[in-house]
Design a protein around this ligand. Structure first.
Ligand code: PEP
Length: 252
C-alpha cells in the first residue's frame, strides 16, 4: 500500500495572524497521528514563512499553491521554484482547476511548471479533472487522459515518487457535491492504467489523490477505495478540527 497523503490547500484565504492560529491549532491537535500519512499545508505565499516556521521539526510539510517555470529574471509578480525551496517549501501544487479556469493555464504551461519544479528539487501535486459540462457530454476520461499524459511528458523514472496526481472534478470543488467513492475510483483506476501504460510497474510509485468537497464525514469511504491514496482538501482544511479528523482517518 502507498503512503497516504492529506494536503490542505488554503487558496487565497487567511491573513498572517489567522494562518498562524490555524497552524498552531493543527500542530497541537495532530500530535499523535501515525507516521503513515504525509501531511501538507499550502498557505498563500504571504504566510509561507509563518507556517513554515511553526511546522519546522514536525512531520507537516510546506507547499506553495503555484510557481513559475523560470529560475529568475524579468517576470513581474512570479515566484520561481528556487525561491519556494528557499522559503522552505517541499511541495508545490500545479494546474489547480482555478488556475486553469480563471487564469488560463494550459496543459503546456502546467508541464513547464512541473518540469521546472522537479528540476529544482520541489515535489509536485498536479491537479487534473473535468468540468461539469465535460462530464455531462461523456468526456471525463478523454479530458483527464490528455491532462495526465501531458503532465507526464519528460518525466524521469527517478522522479515518479516526487509527483502526485490529484484528481479533482471541477464540479466537485467547493460545491459540497463530491464524487461518490465509486465515481472517483473509476477515474483513479483509469489514471492508474494510463500511468501504467507509460511507466509499467514503476508507475506504482505515483500516488493518486482525490479532491472535491472532501470532509471529515465523507473521507473514510473514499480512502477505502483501492486506487485513492489520499486527498487534497480545500474548504475543510480551513478548520483545524475537520482537517485533523481527515488526517487521523487517513492514518487508520
Ligand atoms: C481544492 O480546491 O483543491 C478543493 C478540493 O476544494 P474543496 O475541498 O473546497 O472542494
Amino acid at each position: 500500500m502507498k503512503k497516504m497523503m492529506i494536503a490542505g490547500n488554503w487558496k487565497m484565504n487567511l491573513l498572517r495572524h489567522q494562518a498562524r492560529e490555524l497552524t498552531q491549532e493543527i500542530i497541537l491537535k495532530i500530535g499523535d497521528v501515525k507516521e503513515g500519512v504525509d501531511v501538507i499545508l499550502a498557505p498563500p505565499f504571504t504566510a509561507l514563512d509563518i507556517v513554515g516556521g511553526l511546522i519546522a521539526g514536525s512531520r507537516v510539510m510546506l507547499a506553495a499553491q503555484n510557481v513559475f517555470w523560470e529560475d529568475r529574471g524579468a517576470f513581474t509578480g512570479e515566484i520561481s521554484p528556487a525561491m519556494l525551496m528557499d522559503a522552505g517549501c517541499k511541495w508545490v501544487i500545479v494546474g489547480h482547476s482555478e488556475r486553469r479556469g480563471i487564469l488560463g493555464e494550459t496543459d503546456s504551461i502546467v508541464r513547464k511548471k512541473i518540469n521546472a519544479s522537479l528540476d529544482d528539487g520541489l515535489n509536485v501535486i498536479v491537479c487534473v479533472g473535468e468540468t461539469l459540462q465535460e462530464r455531462e457530454v461523456g468526456k471525463t476520461i478523454k479530458i483527464v487522459q490528455s491532462q495526465v499524459e501531458s503532465a507526464l511528458v519528460d518525466l524521469e523514472l527517478e522522479d515518479l515518487q516526487r509527483l502526485v496526481i490529484a484528481y479533482e472534478p471541477v464540479w466537485a470543488i467547493g460545491t459540497g457535491k463530491n464524487a461518490t467513492p465509486q465515481e472517483a475510483e473509476y477515474v483513479h483506476t483509469t489514471i492508474h492504467e494510463i500511468t501504467g501504460s507509460i511507466f509499467s510497474q514503476d508507475s506504482e510509485r505515483i500516488r493518486i489523490i482525490y479532491g472535491g468537497s472532501v470532509n471529515g464525514d465523507n473521507i473514510e469511504e473514499l480512502l477505502h477505495m483501492d486506487n485513492i491514496d489520499g486527498a487534497l482538501i480545500g474548504g475543510a482544511g480551513l478548520d483545524a478540527d475537520s482537517f485533523v479528523k481527515i488526517v487521523k482517518l487517513a492514518g487508520e
